[in-house]
Design a protein around this ligand. Structure first.
Ligand code: TXA
Ligand code: MG
Length: 310
């Protein structure tokens, strides 16, 4: 804890100086900077090689600062009470007098906001008087990081501080829900959309092709840039085979996301496994059929985008 506190103090020092640092969250690690500063947020786009047209998610501790930046409505409060802090992001209307940098929103009048649950990052947010813009800490379109080591692999010495919060517990990004008009899921993620739908007891739209252009909605994303085939029963011998059910046969090219068909566990292990396969220099990946329900739907969404590259 003492060590954490001194690291948090170091983090504040960097952030106050408009530097980027990496922070752990329960979904994936984020590349964070002061969301009120154009200088700081500019650095995020540069480091990530992210197109400016793609707005950033902003992380808050609680509603206190948020209320200064965004209009909040009853539906938001209902979801906030149930799921935040946690793996869900909300698209809200930006207030005209908000301090959020124009860099963050790409001059839109909406803002993606999230309240991460990871203890270390909550400790940090609590001590800041500004929220943190923090997209996933990976180079644009590549695999998201779920540990300090992964972030290092992405950016090397280009970022000065990575807060170490262990492996991300959820392992896939937050579910994004647009609350501007009728609620609509823009990205599948850490809270399966069926759960949210049940809780709201109403129709919840999910548009695979969102009207809002965002990297999570692009065809290529989360990609190891290795040929990837889905729903495969019989892999080739030189191919990495990604599995969710234990096999009798033991083979060095088998990579288990889970051994007992546990889809939540599989989601947690997804990015870590793709990174490992890349490191082992496989030229091709085959994935066994993954049921398209709950976290399985999230895994399939990410794998489809990961397989889509030229
Ligand atoms: O779990 C997460 O959400 C992680 C952790 C670090 O919090 N963050 C994350 O950020 O996944 P990022 O930037 O990789 O994905 C955020 C997505 C992007 O697709 C972005 O375009 C979209 O949210 N987005 C941001 N602002 C938006 C807005 N105003 N309207 C619609 N989509 C928006
Ligand atoms: Mg991302």
């Amino acid at each position: 804890m003492k060590n954490n506190l001194s690291n948090i103090k170091k983090a504040i020092k960097y952030l106050d100086k408009n530097q980027c640092i990496a922070i752990p969250t329960e979904t994936v690690y984020g590349l964070a900077a002061n969301a009120y500063s154009s200088v700081a947020t500019e650095k995020i786009y540069k480091l990530k090689k992210r197109p400016k047209k793609n707005p950033l998610i902003v992380h808050y501790f609680d509603l206190e600062l948020l209320k200064k930046d965004c209009e909040i409505n009853d539906l938001f409060l209902k979801l906030y009470k149930k799921y935040s802090p946690g793996p869900i992001s909300y698209i809200l209307k930006l207030k005209k007098n908000s301090l959020i940098s124009k860099n963050v929103t790409n001059k839109k009048n909406t803002l993606a906001v999230r309240f991460p649950k990871h203890r270390l990052t909550r400790n940090l947010l609590k001590r800041l008087n500004y929220p943190l813009a923090a997209p996933s800490a990976n180079i644009s379109t590549k695999i998201s990081p779920v540990s300090k080591k992964d972030v290092k692999e992405e950016f090397g010495k280009k970022i000065r501080l990575i807060l170490d919060g262990g492996q991300s517990r959820i392992g896939v990004e937050s579910t994004i829900i647009n609350l501007i008009n009728k609620p609509q899921v823009l990205r599948l993620g850490g809270i399966p959309k069926e759960k949210i739908k049940k809780y709201l007891n109403s129709h919840l739209a999910y548009k695979k092709k969102s009207v809002v252009k965002s990297p999570g909605q692009e065809k290529t994303h989360y990609s190891p840039y290795i040929k990837l085939r889905l729903n495969i029963k019989n892999p080739n011998i030189h191919e990495a085979y990604v599995l969710i059910r234990k096999r009798k046969k033991i083979s060095s090219n088998y990579f288990y996301l889970s051994k007992n068909n546990n889809l939540k566990e599989a989601a947690k292990n997804l990015y870590k496994t793709l990174r490992l396969i890349k490191k082992k220099k496989y030229k091709s990946i085959a994935v066994e059929k993954i049921p398209n329900v709950g976290f399985g739907e999230v895994i399939n969404d990410r794998l489809k985008r990961a397989s889509n590259f030229k």
